[in-house]
Design a protein around this ligand. Structure first.
Ligand SMILES: *Cc1c(COP(=O)(O)O)cnc(C)c1O
Length: 417
């Protein structure tokens, strides 16, 4: 692993002694840093802003980046490093850099890679704040962006310009679970001399490792499945050691969208159970999706694990045969209703007693939301219609409750429409 070679060259921070062929479930629990001389078994939380040097000459070498050591927690902290190493291991990249939030990871990505006049091609279906960040905030600094279909590769190709430096994708998307072909996008990007970033929030590395499909940068909101228990805001970029060390860390040093050690520690411990949580939540989501598809009160279900999903085969190939934990569905419109199904959707949401009515996801607690009036509420009705976000659409991010209780929770409203 070249990450290891890098650490040896700098001579500073040791690695955990793990067998070279240790598998993902082992790395999820064991990768990080060796314990301190106290021999703690659970990783330590280093709440310190700075680190002390033995003498002035050593301090000078460390500040000049000639010797790897912890210096200042804006850009280096042992707890944050443990989280970074663990996430890099899960994603199969050489390195990783933690950030204050998922959005901060995307900001760091763009600040590190692009300058005024550069062009990005991005799926139209990505997270709403990503669209606002690329178009609104970075538009002010002269970065150009074209939005294209999530699933039509020809549109991505047609949008490439001589100044296109970056392709940005997210798969599956929120809330319609549209899947794009990561390997095909990587090939398209590289053939054009551009790079591919993939937001891997929804599938998480437990289901899908975009770097293995050719993606150059993996974006994470640690807030979602990595923490997995709805506690903290966190983010990260996974990439080669070259990009992390030479491109993103210098930006982090000057800009400071840093991940707090406490939040890093929560995500670090969350990753230990990522695999079994994703498996359990995905199994429940698959059961719920089949059950919803058969329910007379439901018009349509969006779930990559269902045969009816337009990219079912691609999703199964790309996501290790698993559909993920997010299911969306359209409530059957009621005779005479002229609200596009909004009242019926509200009825179903309001009759739940277990699901949390919140737009967050990736929690052990199942969450339920009405995208048209929350996450996509700032769009015009026309924009929503063309994006497929109808008034009857409900999104459920399945947690760890008993699946029979979740079915009963949704049946209460669906059966009384
Ligand atoms: C939540 C989310 C983000 C942003 O992450 P924050 O941690 O909330 O900043 C980015 N992308 C996707 C797909 C998300 O779901």
């Amino acid at each position: 692993m070249s990450g290891e070679a890098k650490d040896q060259k700098k001579g500073g921070i040791p690695r955990v002694a793990l067998p070279e062929d240790a598998r993902l479930a082992t790395l999820a629990v064991r990768e990080g840093l060796p314990p301190t001389p106290w021999g703690e078994n659970s990783e330590a939380l280093f709440l310190t802003s700075s680190f002390v040097h033995p003498d002035a000459a050593t301090a000078a070498r460390r500040f000049a980046n000639e010797e790897e050591a912890f210096v200042y927690s804006r850009f280096s902290n042992p707890t944050v490093m443990m989280m970074e190493r663990r996430l890099a291991a899960l994603e199969g990249t050489e390195a990783c850099i933690g950030t204050a939030s998922g959005m901060a990871a995307i900001m760091l990505l763009v600040m590190g890679l692009l300058k005024a006049g550069d062009h990005v091609v991005c799926s139209r279906s990505v997270f709403g704040s990503t669209i606002k960040l690329l178009q609104g905030e970075f538009g002010k600094f002269g970065v150009q962006v074209s939005f294209v279909s999530q699933t039509d590769l020809a549109e991505w190709k047609a949008a490439l310009q001589p100044n296109t430096q970056l392709l940005f994708a997210e798969t599956p998307t929120n809330p319609l679970t549209e899947v794009c072909d990561v390997a095909a996008l990587a090939e398209l990007a590289h053939g054009h001399g551009a790079l591919l970033a993939v937001d891997n929030c929804f599938a998480s590395p437990a289901l899908q490792q975009p770097a293995r499909l050719g993606a150059d940068f993996i974006i994470h909101s640690g807030t979602k499945y990595l923490d997995g228990q709805g506690r903290v805001i966190a983010g990260a970029i996974c990439a080669s050691a070259h990009y992390i060390d030479n491109v993103f860390t210098p930006v982090m040093r000057s800009v400071g969208m840093s991940l707090s050690p406490f939040n890093a520690w929560v995500v670090l411990k969350g990753m230990e159970t990522l695999g079994i949580r994703m498996k359990a939540q995905t199994d429940s989501a698959a059961q719920l999706a089949s059950w919803l598809e058969a329910h007379p009160g439901v018009e349509r279900v969006y779930y990559p694990g269902l045969k009816s999903h337009p990219q079912h085969e691609l999703a199964m190939r790309q996501q290790g045969g698993q559909g993920g934990a997010v299911v969306s569905f359209v409530v059957r419109s009621q005779p005479g209703a002229d609200d596009g199904g909004r009242a019926a959707a509200f009825h179903v949401i309001d009759h739940t007693r277990i699901c949390s009515i919140t737009a967050n996801l990736g929690d052990t607690k199942t969450t339920i939301t009405h995208p048209a009036s929350t996450s996509h509420g700032r769009l015009t009705e026309g924009q929503r219609q063309s994006a497929g976000i109808t008034q009857g659409l409900i999104r459920v991010a399945v947690g760890l409750e008993d699946i029979e209780d979740l079915k009963a929770d949704l049946a209460r409203g669906l059966n009384s429409l």
